[in-house]
Design a protein around this ligand. Structure first.
Ligand code: HOZ
Length: 425
């Protein structure tokens, strides 16, 4: 597979863009080699700048649950664009999107649209501090919540992949207000609350961790976090930027039946355009300006193009309910990957739920950052490149999650399993 155009474009990009990219996760630093420059996408497929075709399991890191260029979503965005891309004034589509979100996630009684998941999390934390009058946040090792200063501590995703889980430039004071526990470790969280319960504003958690690779919550983990926070007067914030409208239409919170105080969303709700949202209990959200004293604003927040594309995406998801089918295909893929690894005598664990999965090169179960980070990253890099050569685009880093879209077919899964068999071998 020739990628000479990607090589050229990367050389040119590096002259003007930091590291040649606008987000480190795209840089291929975690797997080595030159990032593939993309030119187009259609359904479950990508075409790169050299004209090579790939089956896409990255899907822009999650938003494209309906695949690339879904006709109705493109149309909705075009219509909104023609009417005006931004007004800096309210538009009806923002309310309609917010209503659709609230209908799916009733815990979000009142919400605010922003431009990214990072913004949503940053704002939710400020709000939690204001509401509780406390300053500490509890997060989980390997959990990633965007590049919010205080959460770039033991962070997952690109930060972990580049061995920068504690970013430079974060004031020591900000790092100090963040307490860290291992995911799924209830006794550790209990101990943190025992020592500092009165100072804790919030626990922030990905209900299914998807930024240290995919790691599932063990039975009782989320329920216990809910109980502990309630008992100590702290809030629980679900970061559903990845799981919202992916794990199920109502997100992970409806699947696990745990109601958070605040939820952060991004990705799918923008239909492929920049967006984020945070929301939750009315009495908490009423503290946000202009109703309350917590200031948070944005010129392009809830811009009409993202709102129209997001709304159309949610409506299609509701109508077509592709979740069962996507989960069945993801299960088949996970089974196929496990069998292919066994045949090749490769130690691999595949974590999977709904339309998400991660292959870890390890012989032990992966249930937290400790076990995720023990996986053989070089083996993942080899696997990734061997798949890429065969036209299968997995996330270019071990600490990420592969995803399926509603466009992936049983045939795609069989082709991927066959390619993985060769990649493991
Ligand atoms: N949340 C995505 C990674 N898991 C974001 C990708 C990026 O950082 O560019």
């Amino acid at each position: 597979m020739l990628r000479s155009r990607s090589e050229t474009l990367f050389r040119e990009a590096r002259r003007v863009l930091v590291g040649g990219v606008n987000s480190p996760a795209r840089s291929f630093r975690a797997v080595g080699g030159t990032p593939v420059f993309m030119a187009a996408g259609r359904g479950a497929r990508l075409v790169d700048a050299d004209g090579n075709r790939y089956l896409d399991y990255c899907l822009s890191w999650g938003p494209l649950i309906l695949g690339h260029c879904r006709k109705e979503v493109v149309k909705a965005a075009q219509a909104a664009l023609k009417a005006g891309s931004t007004f800096g004034a309210p538009t009806e589509s923002e309310t309609l999107l917010a209503e659709a979100i609230r209908e799916a996630l009733p815990s979000m009684e009142l919400l605010r649209l922003v431009n990214s998941g990072t913004e949503a999390v940053m704002s939710a934390l400020r709000l939690a501090r204001a509401f509780t009058g406390r300053e500490l946040t509890v997060k989980f090792s390997g959990g990633y919540h965007g590049h919010v200063d205080s959460l770039l501590v033991a962070a997952g995703s690109g930060a972990a992949a580049l061995s920068k889980p504690n970013s430079e430039g974060v004031p020591a004071l900000w790092a100090k207000i963040t307490l860290v526990a291992e995911y799924n470790d209830v006794p550790a969280v209990r101990e943190i609350f025992r020592r500092r319960g009165r100072e804790i504003a919030a626990v922030i958690v990905e209900p299914v961790a998807a930024n240290m690779g995919l790691v599932l919550p063990e039975p009782g983990f989320l329920e216990e976090l809910r109980k502990l926070t309630s008992r100590h007067g702290a809030l629980i914030i679900f970061d559903e930027v990845i799981t919202g409208f992916r794990m199920a239409y109502g997100g992970a919170q409806t699947v696990f039946g745990v109601r958070p105080d605040l939820t952060c969303l991004g990705k799918i709700i923008g239909g492929g355009f920049p967006v984020g949202a945070y929301g939750g209990r009315r009495e908490i959200m009423s503290r946000v300006a202009p109703l309350g004293g917590v200031y948070q604003a944005g010129t392009l927040s809830g811009n009409p193009v993202a709102a129209a594309a997001g709304l159309k995406t949610l409506r299609l998801l509701k109508e077509e309910a592709p979740y069962k089918r996507m989960a069945a295909l993801a299960e088949e893929l996970a089974r196929g990957l496990r069998a292919a690894a066994r045949r090749a005598r490769v130690e691999a664990r595949v974590n999977q739920t709904a339309s998400m999965l991660t292959v870890f090169f390890t012989d032990a179960p992966v249930r937290d950052w400790r076990s995720a980070s023990a996986a053989d990253r070089r083996a993942y890099a080899r696997f990734f490149h061997r798949l890429l050569e065969q036209g299968v685009y997995f996330p270019p880093a071990q600490f990420e999650t592969a995803m399926l879209s509603a466009c992936h077919t049983a045939r795609d899964i069989r082709a991927t399993v066959a390619a993985a068999g060769r990649a493991f071998g």
